[in-house]
Design a protein around this ligand. Sequence first.
Ligand SMILES: Cc1ncc(COP(=O)(O)O)c(C=O)c1O
Length: 382
Amino acid sequence: MNISKRAQQITQSEIRAMTILCNKVNGINMAQGLCDLKVPDVVQTGAKEAIEMGKNVYTSALGEPYLRAAIGETLTRNYGRKIEAGNVLVSNGATGALYCLATTLFDEGDEIILFEPYYGYHVSTLESLGCKIKYLKTLPPNYEIDFDKLEDAISEKTRAILICNPSNPSGKVFSKEEMSRLAEIVGKNDIYLISDEIYEHFVYDGLAFTSALSLQAIKERVIAISGFSKIFSVTGWRIGYAICDESIISAASEVNDLVYVCPASPLQYGVNQGIKYLPKQYYTDVARDHQQKRDTFISTLNEVGLAADYVKGAYYVLADLSSLPGDDDKEKVLYLLKKTSIASVPARAFFSDPNGINLARFCFSKKEEELEEACRRLRKNL
Ligand SMILES: Cc1ncc(COP(=O)(O)O)c(C=O)c1O
């Protein structure tokens, strides 16, 4: 088979691999980052109505103007910086939005700085474009950034720092001070700050979330990525967006046009109805419910000897599987699947060097009954 070098570089993610194994044993899939909320009624009904209204044809490659305006208004309200429709590119999920922006901004050989543990798609997306990634380790429990090391890592080829806030998989929520330091460094070095904020509403313990969009001093240098997959539980709809300076938008929309043509028309209408009609309470309830799920699941992990810290945001937890049989994280995760039919992700998926990693990532955004069943199985079988 003549498979291109580029395609050979793109391999199946550990997450998909574990999902396939989980389906084979009809297990509880805590590997994949699905959000198990009910899709809000207004969102569902909106999409159905849109199909009936005839919203079934191509839209602008920038996304529907009404949705771009609604996203801009919401972010302006939430983060205190004026975001116009002209700053918004609606794409095929946050994944599509990042792909478009990275293709628009970076050339082969450009360096991007990422913090470890990282979200694998960030790495794959950048590497598929020939970017070189520089990893900076951050460590539990607070995953603090070593700003001296960060400054040392910046070279002439560095084009951006990419953060995931709140972080998948560590749950780190960047503090206001950390965001200010990042802004200083980004401004001084004339590089971009890309901030994946898809978990912006999943923040716990009353912590404040500081969006990169609030960093006025570097507003031309900020690319925020987010979307509706998680908050409206519509991962299969593929509606996400990038916020950036208006000067980049047109070029990014050309990439969006080339790869996806446009985001799905009726689904843009569906999420717009959600933005328009869901009260503030919807978002606070989602955070509160997830905090409870976090507490339930992480206390069980610790009870059965799989040590884990209470995450501050997002809905994943890295747990220490050292106490389980197996030579490495992969073997331990398979043991756990065999013993409990619970699938998790071997944490090598989030580190550049798999050696010595005994962690696994669990997604706790599950329906209550399923989460309780997972806890029961862990208690019974470990
Ligand atoms: C950090 C992060 N960004 C982006 C995504 C994907 O978002 P979307 O479904 O909008 O492409 C995920 C999904 O797990 C994620 O964890």
